[in-house]
Design a protein around this ligand. Structure first.
Ligand code: SF4
Ligand code: SF4
Length: 237
């Protein structure tokens, strides 16, 4: 417990906004499916979250603005770099305590076609009690909705879980489904064990994004599903 408090305090001091511990055994099959076979002996996950700035996310509906597209890409990349730095510090703390640890990069795609990362940071944060998997397949936190980026440190340290899988809070809402210009979401709520393909056509999202990049002639991330979620909207908080 002392180890967790020290670890959490250090992670927050370094600039993270959220931190939790998950026991990831219950989602082994989902995590394995996401290409994490080499990491399965480390059964605890330290989730680290940093909030994306509202000043940028609140403007993402202005899709024809190159300035907004460039700003979003910039804060996305900067946040990932910051998460990787903090995850590396957490990894060092855990190793100094005599346990095994492995920082999984915030953005590491092992299957670019299907947009799979090496590890589901969202699943770990969900199991740590930090939010639920929304109809947008994003992790929805009660305080900032999907406006959070995540990294994870896997470890065998005997850390207690900070929570359990958070219950769905989407209810009848389907704003992310309706706003998606690529019609990539089916609107089906997340159910444990169900494949993501039943809820999200990642190919449509990628195709739309590539088209936008050509139109604006700069690297683009869409993010309308991040922008619209009422749990993150600043005027509704
Ligand atoms: S990023 Fe845009 S295109 Fe992709 S799923 Fe979200 S709303 Fe749809
Ligand atoms: S926009 Fe609505 S349906 Fe989509 S993730 Fe947020 S709460 Fe859920």
């Amino acid at each position: 417990m002392v180890l967790f408090q020290d670890l959490r305090n250090q992670i927050l001091r370094e600039g993270a906004d959220l931190c939790g511990i998950a026991h990831i055994e219950p989602s082994h099959s989902a995590i394995l499916e996401l290409g994490s076979k080499s990491r399965t002996h480390l059964l605890r996950a330290v989730s680290i979250g940093i909030r994306l700035p509202d000043s940028v996310i609140d403007q993402l509906h202005r899709r024809s603005s190159t300035r907004i597209a460039v700003m979003y890409r910039h804060i996305y990349d900067e946040t990932n770099a910051e998460l990787d730095r903090i995850a590396s510090i957490a990894e060092t703390i855990l190793e100094a305590a005599g346990t095994k640890a492995l920082a999984v990069p915030a953005s590491e795609t092992v299957d670019s076609k299907r947009m799979y990362g090496a590890f589901s940071h969202k699943m770990a944060a969900h199991l740590a009690g930090l939010g639920w998997i929304g109809k947008s397949c994003l992790l929805i936190t009660p305080g900032a909705g999907p406006r959070v980026r995540w990294a994870t440190v896997l470890t065998d340290a005997p850390l207690k879980a900070t929570g359990s899988a958070t219950e769905q809070g989407c209810g009848e809402c389907k704003q992310c489904v309706d706003i998606c210009p690529a019609e990539a979401f089916t609107g089906r709520p997340y159910r444990k064990g169900e494949h993501r393909d039943l809820r999200f056509d990642t190919g449509r999202c990628s195709e739309y994004t590539r088209g936008k990049e050509k139109e604006l002639d700069c690297p683009v991330l869409c993010g309308l599903c991040v922008y619209i979620c009422p749990y993150g909207k600043t005027d509704l908080r």
